[in-house]
Design a protein around this ligand. Structure first.
Ligand SMILES: [Zn+2]
Length: 655
């Protein structure tokens, strides 16, 4: 996951919010049980630990972890006092911003001076935030450290208020006048894309008084999402039987574990109880989802969009064609991919029929392999050896323990998960909870994909150096793909190879097929309301079950309550968000294949893509690297890979 705050485009859904970034990488992994396989306890590992390997424990005090495995953040601020001094300075600078209000549109030099000031304050604010959040991530026990992140948030809000006049003021100018002012002022060149983006949104920006009224509905608009969260907390599931025959609590959090049990009775009982309980509460869930859909449609209509999907995608300048291409290309390729996979599962697991509760059980033994951190570092370097001198050199520098870019192991007070963060033109920092498992090596590769993206994006001027959400997870999953491909090629045993091939299949199933199914569901339920229909709980279940049948195909047996899974998915409250998981992985697969099989041109295309950051619209940036998501060609690379992986698995199984 990449963690950066962004100054969202005012006025459409101005979002100065850290959580928005969190929705990208992390929440999918939390939602999808496949990736959260229960990790064996560190204690159990000790017996097989390589001599000299550091074995972490979550209860160990941080100062007992050797220094080389802890990051060093002194390069940002030499001490907490230095951070405080900077905070006071930025706070004062924020108060200066409103002075621009009267001058910003006076002439070219005044406009430039205002933009420079606002973006410079934002840059300093980002630095404060990166440092405060990094400390907070490694020490959840200190209220002083927590206070630093809260104060940064408050300053961020004050900055948002202080600078809120800017974009409406620029948009109040006639577009020709604005463009002429930008063209006449040489220093404005770096703001050209920023102004282009502003102009692009112009037709959907309302007069100031109407904008104010819409802004006042903010809390109300957030209501359906909160309602869904409250419902999730209120719903009580009956206990279910675990692998040892004991009754255990079934919850939203424990569901993925039971769903993936090797014991078919265990997983069937849990899934049936889970969906039956959702069904019992489905009228409340439906009322809240219906309200979320109507909120999106209200916003789209208020701003003069043709549809809710068009309105949502326009925030990132993504054409609706991309969304439709994704759904169409997936539908066209289901028989040779997902339908075939269901057949293979049936055969490998020796089942009469494949149900929902047979989708998450591993087909092959999971890897028991222990990978010390130093070895994981080497594996990542080898897998990315083809990336050219600059990439390789920065990667080696960042991975070298003595440079301390990475906080490697879990310890007391440290939060869970992984992320990469960084301030403009400073080296990135990587946060891990490495547990000496193969899966952790993939996380390391993933986060260093973000790190190198940050590094190369810093070649842009600050205003263009952001890494948009639509692109960010391409850089990270690209590295995972490179690593996976390298490991599959080098697999020494049939078992190891089958495990890795199945990992690839499951990555694509949960990130491309499942998320595209969600995306299609979102589209269908919005269209239902747009054409005057009503979203009752039965209607939602009917739409959802129809999609499950379509995606999993004729060999799949759908249970009586499976259609109520829609009530479990929080992402339906994110307003057409999940399709980016699918397009992100598809783009990463196409690009990594290009770099592996191609020559210098493909590599240069990919590196230019990383360096481009936010200097153009995301879909255009991707197009220059050879992935045109308005067409289906690039998506085919993923379906071809999926089908070829099935072929390889079948061949191995026949041996
Ligand atoms: Zn990520």
């Amino acid at each position: 996951m990449a963690r950066r705050f962004r100054l969202g485009g005012v006025p459409v859904g101005a979002m100065i919010c850290l959580a928005a970034v969190c929705l990208s990488g992390c929440s999918k992994k939390e939602l999808e049980g496949a990736q959260v396989a229960a990790a064996p306890a560190a204690e159990a590992k000790m017996e097989v630990a390589t001599p000299g390997m550091f074995v972490p424990s979550g209860t160990m005090p941080g100062d007992q972890v050797p220094e080389k495995y802890r990051w060093n953040l002194d390069y940002m601020y030499e001490s907490a006092e230095a951070w405080e001094t900077a905070y006071v300075r930025v706070d004062a600078a924020v108060k200066e911003i409103p002075a621009c209000r009267g001058t910003i549109v006076r002439d070219g030099p005044s406009m430039l001076a205002c933009l420079e000031m606002v973006f410079d304050v934002k840059r300093q604010l980002e630095s404060l935030d990166v440092y405060a959040y990094a400390f907070y991530s490694t020490d959840r026990n200190s209220s002083e450290i927590k206070a630093r992140t809260d104060r940064t948030q408050a300053l961020l809000t004050r900055f948002g208020e202080a600078s809120s006049f800017m974009e409406p003021a620029l948009l109040a100018l006639d577009p020709q006048v604005l463009s002429a002012m930008v063209a006449a002022e040489p220093g404005m060149a770096k703001y050209a894309h920023y102004i282009d983006d502003l102009n692009r949104r112009r037709p959907h920006v309302l007069p100031q008084e109407q904008e104010r009224l819409l802004a006042l509905t903010g809390d109300i608009q957030a209501g359906p999402g909160f309602m869904h969260g409250a419902l999730e907390a209120d719903v009580k599931f009956p206990d279910t039987t675990d692998d040892d025959g004991a009754k255990k609590a079934l919850t939203m959090a424990s569901f993925p574990k039971f769903r993936g049990s090797k014991d078919r009775n265990v997983r069937r009982e849990a899934v049936e109880k889970f969906f039956a309980t959702l069904k019992q509460h489905s009228k409340s869930f439906a009322a809240s989802l219906d309200m979320a859909v109507k909120t999106n449609i209200f916003n789209a209509k208020a701003r003069g969009y043709d549809s809710a999907v068009q309105s949502a995608l326009d925030a990132s300048a993504v054409p609706v064609d991309v969304y439709m291409s994704l759904i169409q290309a997936t539908a066209d390729n289901l028989p040779r991919t997902l339908h075939r996979y269901v057949q293979l599962r049936k055969k490998v697991l020796g089942l009469q029929e494949v149900n929902y509760y047979d989708l998450y059980v591993p087909m092959f033994a999971t890897s028991e392999r222990t990978v010390p951190y130093e070895q994981g570092v080497d594996m990542v370097k080898v897998a990315l050896a083809k990336m050219g001198p600059e990439y390789s050199q920065v990667l080696a520098t960042g991975l070298a323990l003595e440079n301390r870019w990475v906080d490697v192991f879990p310890y007391d007070g440290k939060r869970s998960g992984a992320f990469c963060n960084g301030a403009w033109r400073q080296h990135p920092m990587v946060f891990l909870n490495y547990q000496n498992e193969l899966e952790d090596v993939f996380t390391l590769a993933h986060e260093f994909g973000h790190a190198l993206h940050f590094h190369l994006a810093s070649s842009q001027e600050y205003v263009n150096a952001d890494t948009p959400i639509f692109l960010a997870e391409i850089a990270s999953t690209f590295n995972e793909e490179m690593l996976l491909d390298d490991l599959i090629r080098k697999a020494q045993t049939k078992e190891e190879k089958l495990y890795l091939l199945n990992k690839r299949i499951e990555n694509i199933r949960t990130t491309v097929f499942r998320q595209t199914m969600f995306a299609e569901f979102e589209l269908l339920v919005h269209q239902e309301v747009e054409k005057g229909g009503a979203l009752t709980s039965d209607k939602l279940a009917e739409i959802y079950a129809g999609l499950v049948r379509k995606y999993y195909g004729p060999e799949f047996t759908i249970g009586p309550d499976d259609g109520f899974e829609w009530a479990y998915i929080p992402h339906f409250y994110y307003n057409f968000y999940v399709f980016q998981y699918a397009t992100g992985l598809m783009s990463a697969i196409a690009l990594s294949k290009g770099v592996r099989d191609g020559g210098d041109a493909e590599l240069k295309g990919y590196l230019d893509f990383l360096s481009a950051a936010n200097s153009d619209f995301p879909v255009e940036t991707l197009k220059k690297a050879g992935v045109d998501l308005t067409k289906t060609d690039a998506m085919l690379a993923t379906f071809d890979l999926f089908a070829a992986t099935l072929d390889e698995m079948e061949k191995l199984l026949a041996e």
